[in-house]
Design a protein around this ligand. Sequence first.
Ligand SMILES: [Zn+2]
Length: 203
Amino acid sequence: MQVLASKHPGSPLQTRPVWSGGWYKFAHHSPSPNFGPRPPAGTISLVVVHSISLPPNQYGGHQIEEFFHNTLDHNAHPYFKGLEGVKVSSHFLIKRHGELIQFVSCLDRAWHAGESSFKGRSNCNDYSIGIELEGAEYDGTFEAIQYEALSSLCSSLVGEFNITNFAGHEHIAPGRKKDPGAGFAWKLFQRSLGLADSFFPST
Ligand SMILES: [Zn+2]
């Protein structure tokens, strides 16, 4: 368990763990009702990187959070009509200015991957952690501060869980999903983590 060192002996920071019940201390916690238990014997080994924007290609609103909370106003935009009744979530969202929000405990199963398979193993939601980057569904680029937040989060995830791979939604649901897309800099992400090629998609 990682513990933040404190310059102020006796302060609560000294003993407050970075991870508590699967919740990350440095994220804003905004619990979503959209989750379930992981399979009993399941170990968490995969991180899935996504991108999302609501409405498509528009940034800065709170519609993604509302979507994950089942409170999206479906009359507010024509695109939202198609999302009516759709219940999804991710463990984390990193917004354009680097704000990190956590919706589901990493110990629970968030609903981010859908029908999916990684290295012959289906149902990626069972054994993965989902991270959404606020960005265009594909071909969009991401802000430097989003990479910084993602890198900090993922290095902590690697320290806390038995993570062996990172993949994009496009890699675990090819033909159905295109996010995060060609605009996501996997090499930059890899360099920031200092992990071997074997952790990352071969593209
Ligand atoms: Zn996705």
